[in-house]
Ligand binder design. Structure first.
Ligand SMILES: Cc1cc2nc3c(=O)[nH]c(=O)nc-3n(C[C@H](O)[C@H](O)[C@H](O)COP(=O)(O)O)c2cc1C
Length: 188
């Protein structure tokens, strides 16, 4: 049996009805065949401080184990004050730090797709580019294209809060296909 490609997904918003969660749920639905898409919550990750290194709480260890095991990562971010939310930065900081003296950066050399969204016209594009910058240090293999930047996301959901806009769904699908290609290229 051919092993499935594992994709781990993170939404950068803790809000119950977050548009970012709706986009991430759509990504899970639209992930190409032969993949296993798991959503990883960052709700329980506490404020990081460096004293936690070597004795990370289970909430960090659990998400980190999923990211380490993943072949690729998807992050959907909203935009807060022209950047991405602090909770997402906090989670990335905690998840990227060494444990027990071992360097264990789950993003290192890993194909990573970023999606941003906003109810406004620029679709969180400033958050998108600021988030990319973080992954320069973390040495992730961030997809250059297609970019998924979703403006007016609130108009693209149905009554149940599901991302239903067909053009947007198609675009997400293309990015996920490119992500899977990047995984295949890496292991070829
Ligand atoms: C603290 C804060 C700052 C915000 N700043 C921006 C911003 O810079 N650009 C933008 O497009 N929307 C901004 N918004 C509006 C968010 O896009 C909107 O609240 C969105 O629903 C948040 O994403 P979520 O639905 O995934 O939680 C801001 C919202 C908050 C709470």
């Amino acid at each position: 049996m051919v092993e499935k490609i594992k994709i781990a997904g993170i939404a950068g918003s803790l809000r119950k009805g977050a548009y970012s969660k709706a986009v991430l749920n759509a990504a899970k639905e639209l992930a190409p065949e032969g993949t296993d898409f798991e959503i990883c919550g960052i709700e329980d990750i506490p404020p990081f401080n460096q004293d936690m290194e070597g004795n990370m709480p289970n909430s960090v260890k659990e998400v980190k184990a999923k990211l380490m095991a993943a072949d690729a990562i998807v992050i959907v971010t909203p935009e807060y004050n022209f950047s991405f939310p602090g909770v997402l930065k906090n989670a990335i900081d905690a998840l990227s730090r060494p444990e027990g003296g071992k360097s264990a950066n789950p993003f290192d050399s890993k194909p990573l797709a970023i999606m941003s969204n906003s109810p406004y016209m620029l679709g969180g594009s400033r958050a998108y580019y600021q988030l990319r910058q973080v992954f320069v240090y973390l040495n992730a293999n961030v997809l250059n294209r297609p970019e998924v930047i979703i403006p007016f996301v609130n108009d693209k959901l149905d009554k149940e809060g599901r991302l239903s806009d067909e053009a947007t769904r198609e675009h997400i699908k293309k990015q996920l296909e490119a992500l899977v290609q990047a995984v295949r290229k890496k292991s070829a």
